[in-house]
Design a protein. Structure first.
Length: 313
């Protein structure tokens, strides 16, 4: 089993480090375009191994894709993060070029790899990787829903005064302010969340979740990495261990939920073949309306990418 993480910045290095801590792989390859970055972080991670008691070695590489050959899973985190005042969509032109060229190199050396995209704007960068990889959409998908759901669960745990471990939730839609947390599908150890929290508090938490990425950008001047890196690692583990975990992921829809030819966050089953199933929940009218709004926004930004491709063709 071989895993490559492209981009040894905050998210990529965290993802590789979390995978090393899980200790089920021999090696994680970490690649960056900037000389020394992946090598330095890999060395640091290896020096943590005797302390934290793991044997997975992270190998750092500068841009030599031959060393990533025959990866089973590749996580793409290369690209600019946003700064305060920016939206994720503002990153489209820079990151589309990066994601396209990285995906082409990955496809050349690891034609059978499952590709997990993390770079923003997430839904559209996943589409960009899908176009560049020219492979089954079940093997090209994006990480966002696990992170967004984790934020929602963490905020609920704070409010209810319980462990975040006991909160189960699902969230759908694009990775942006139009994402759709689903209180009807949120429980606390089996108890409907609405029995433990007032409607006003729940509405406030949903709103905070939607702008959860921006909250961190405003605090740090760059975007989050601990939870995003761990979320991507959780997807890698589910695939390589064929766990059949159910997670919200950014998946290519071919009619599910009434949408076609769009990447959007939906619940899926993750296993050794990538996305093994898209789960279709019964949404009520309000939920459908919110999901439609979110899909419309994602489609608009996908159209910008298609337009950029026509101009550059
Ligand atoms: N999907 C999500 O939920 C989510 C969460 C957090 C961050 N992100 C996104 O992930 C991306 C990375 O964020 P970060 O905080 O790690 O940024 P970062 O700046 O810390 O790291 C990005 C790394 O990519 C590298 N890079 C740039 N071009 C490259 C190329 N062509 N090939 C290889 N490496 C290249 C850079 O040298 C840098 O080390 C951003 O686009 C950010 O918006 C997404
Ligand atoms: O908010 C960002 O720009 C990064 C990421 O998408 C996040 O949600 O943390």
């Amino acid at each position: 089993m071989k895993v490559t993480v492209v981009g040894a910045g905050n998210v990529g290095a965290t993802c590789a480090n979390v995978l090393a801590h899980r200790d089920f792989l021999q090696e994680v390859v970490l690649l960056d375009i900037k000389e020394g970055t992946a090598e330095g972080k890999s060395l640091d991670s290896w020096q943590q191994a005797p302390i934290d008691y793991y044997s997975t070695k992270v190998t750092g590489i500068t841009n030599d894709y031959s060393k990533t050959a025959d990866s089973d899973v590749v996580v793409i985190t290369s690209g600019l993060p946003r700064k305060p005042g920016m939206s994720r969509d503002d990153l489209i032109s820079t990151n589309a070029n990066i994601v396209k060229s990285v995906t082409e190199s990955i496809a050349q050396y690891s034609p059978h790899a499952v590709i997990i995209v993390v770079s923003n704007p997430l839904d559209v960068m996943t589409y960009c990787a899908y176009l560049a990889a020219k492979k089954d959409s079940k093997k090209v998908f994006g990480m966002a829903g696990i992170l967004d759901t984790a934020r929602y669960r963490a905020f609920l745990a704070d409010e209810i005064g319980c462990s975040p471990k006991d909160i189960q939730a699902i969230l759908m839609g694009g990775h942006g302010d139009t994402m759709v947390p689903l209180p009807r599908y949120t429980t606390v150890s089996g108890i409907p969340v609405t029995e433990l929290i007032t409607p006003d508090k729940l509405t406030a938490i949903i709103q905070r979740t939607k702008v959860g990425g921006g909250e961190i950008v405003n605090l740090l001047g760059t975007s989050a990495w601990y939870a995003p890196g761990a979320a991507a690692a959780q997807m890698v583990e589910a695939i390589l261990k064929d766990e059949k975990r159910i997670f919200p992921c950014c998946a290519w829809l071919t009619g599910e939920y009434g949408f076609k030819d769009i990447y959007l966050g939906v619940p899926v089953v993750l296993g050794k073949n990538g996305i093994e199933k898209i789960i279709e929940l019964q949404l009520n009218q309000e939920e459908k309306t919110l999901l439609n709004e979110s899909a419309l926004h994602v489609k608009e930004v996908m159209d910008v990418l298609d337009q950029m491709k026509r101009v550059n063709a």
